[in-house]
Design a protein around this ligand. Structure first.
Ligand code: ZN
Length: 280
């Protein structure tokens, strides 16, 4: 055997030497494959393993990742081949190719992780609990006009609001400076999320509140103190609106029942509708 051939043998990637596998090994490979299905998908962020069938959006994402990986593998293989050729001519040894996984940016990892949680956990959960599969965010504006008077009653103190009581309690307890610090703002934000309408819902509701009450200065400091008008809108009127939208969606008879649904669905909303899409 010439040195060239011997070297070639050394550098051959193991995949190409398949015909050398004996039956025992093949049987073992089959069993291994069954134990860990090649079609399985592992999240690059939380490492959860998932088996098909996948919902379509997730399948598309997995396909794109696979394509990317295959292209990256081909690139590595052709680079390695070239290296082998050059080294063989020089009589040098080249280590067998160990394929590296393509790097996935942190942002993409988060997109992937969120996607599988939304598609495989949150959406089925929402379906089971009866949350609307599609939320018509653009319709929120019109819907709010129908219960505008109820919001006015809250602002005028004619109707009690638990959200207002809570916001005032926080202010009393912490003082306005601390109440406005990032951590307590974050906590309040969770509590005032309009349930399954999520952050995107908050955004749409705020836009309408802005048109209804803020732009005209109807909602002024005198009505909202010690909160600012914006804080009042975010912490009191957004969740009050959420209650009413949910009450309508579920045909509930009172706001207490809607409040239960809103609390239960706020995690769902914060994951499924976490992003703000621009109005078309
Ligand atoms: Zn994940």
């Amino acid at each position: 055997m010439s040195s060239r051939n011997r070297l070639k043998k050394l550098v051959l990637p193991s995949r190409i030497s398949k015909p050398k596998l004996d039956l025992k090994q093949i049987a073992k490979t089959v069993i291994d494959k069954e134990a860990s299905n090649e079609e399985d998908f592992e999240c690059p962020l939380c490492f959860e393993r998932m088996s098909p069938p996948f919902p379509r959006p997730l399948q598309r994402l997995i396909d794109a990742l696979k394509k990317n990986e295959e292209a990256f593998n081909r690139e590595q293989e052709s680079k390695h081949k070239l290296l082998v050729q050059q080294s063989a001519e020089e009589g040098a040894f080249v280590a067998p190719l160990v394929l590296l996984k393509p790097g996935i940016s942190e942002n993409d990892q988060q997109v992937i992780c969120r996607m599988h949680k939304v598609e495989l956990v949150m959406k089925p959960l929402g379906k089971k609990r009866g949350y609307p599969a599609q939320v018509d965010f653009a319709a929120i504006d019109d819907r709010m006009k129908h219960f505008k008077q109820e919001l006015v009653d809250v602002i005028e103190g004619k109707q009690e609001s638990l959200f207002l009581t809570n916001a005032l309690d926080v202010h009393k307890e912490l003082g306005s400076v601390k109440a406005r610090q990032a951590t307590s703002m974050m906590n309040r934000f969770e509590e005032t999320l309009p349930g399954y309408y999520g952050n995107r819902g908050s955004h749409y509701i705020m836009e309408t509140l802005n048109e209804m009450f803020l732009k005209s200065n109807y909602l002024d400091k005198n009505k909202t103190k010690p909160l600012t008008p914006i804080e009042y809108a975010q912490q009191v009127l957004v969740p009050e609106t959420g209650l009413r939208l949910i009450k309508q969606d579920f045909n509930l008879t009172n706001l207490q029942e809607a409040s239960k649904v809103m609390k239960e669905s706020s995690e769902y909303g914060s994951i499924v509708y976490s992003k703000i899409k621009k109005k078309e």
